[in-house]
Design a protein around this ligand. Sequence first.
Ligand code: SAM
Ligand code: SF4
Ligand code: SF4
Length: 338
Amino acid sequence: MNPAQPLDAFNRPIRDLRISVTDRCNFRCIYCMPREVFGSDFQFLPRAELLSFEEIERLARIFVGLGVEKIRLTGGEPLVRKDLETLISRLAAVPGLEDLALTTNGSLLPAKAEALRRAGLRRVTISLDALDDAVFRAMNDAEFPVARVLAGIQAAADAGLAPVKINMVVKRGVNEDQILPMAAHFRGSGHVLRFIEFMDVGTTNGWRMDDVVPAGEIVDRIGRQWPIEPMSPTVHGEVANRFRYRDGLGEIGVIASVTQAFCRTCVRARLSAKGELFTCLFAARGHDLRALLRDGSADEEIAAAVSRIWGVRRDRYSEIRMAETRPAERVEMSYIGG
Ligand code: SAM
Ligand code: SF4
Ligand code: SF4
């Protein structure tokens, strides 16, 4: 192990950095930004609070020096940040970065996919929770039609951002009847559908264990319809359990963050849009790196600060979720990204 690359208290390196480029979004998904909380009077971060593209690039280089191989841009909705392609082209040029990806709700991809690809993006994950228009609108709570996300998926594929990963959050009684239609739709399409257990991120989405459809149940339902078999993980720290259709029509993934915690291999750091480092999706607070960026600290000093923070990391929230000692205060998902 390279001594310049910190290990946390459980010997986990930093390999993966998720950067939120905005806390704003044009959707109000019920499990993420419920309208009652994120209404018209909600105070999003003012422009001056956000990291600039220069600052994000600088941090990206520092994190790559500390072991990060993969960066994913997220949000809020990353494509509502103006000129995101400019940031993509800066990050695509960072030496040593092996993988640059984006998670988006897909709504703006018909207009942007081509420019993103030209800027150097190679892969995109698109969130889509239902094929049925009424179910999808009820989940995004922004009257957004499913046809436009499907057009965004097509635009991504046409631009060469393939294979596209499709993320579906499954909530009991809300969109569980969409599991089989979604699987049928994406089987044989070349895209990879991944089912995500509804998580208790933040404190505003009213999470209850009863609302979670366990990944095991999702796999059973699909396997009864189309025989599937498990695939071995390709990358260390991969969060999805993958299965292939026995008839060769592609694969699915399940992300069982609630029922089968994967903290042991969690190599992810997260950066909020205003430059706070979060060492866990369920952390209450971040560590302010923006102050260091703006007070004249040298890159080596910032790297040393990150190493210190990472060195004492003991996060394993998903393993202790059901324990009484779990933290009550947690950052919102739309603030630090998925
Ligand atoms: N706006 C973009 C999008 O929706 O893809 C990027 C940010 S969003 C916070 C990232 C991912 O987190 C999405 O795939 C979303 O479905 C997922 N997500 C949000 N809230 C969640 C929750 N409570 N449980 C599980 N996944 C969630
Ligand atoms: Fe927006 Fe993504 Fe959250 Fe939905 S999941 S509200 S699209 S940030
Ligand atoms: Fe990583 Fe925290 Fe999720 Fe565990 S709960 S997998 S430590 S982000």
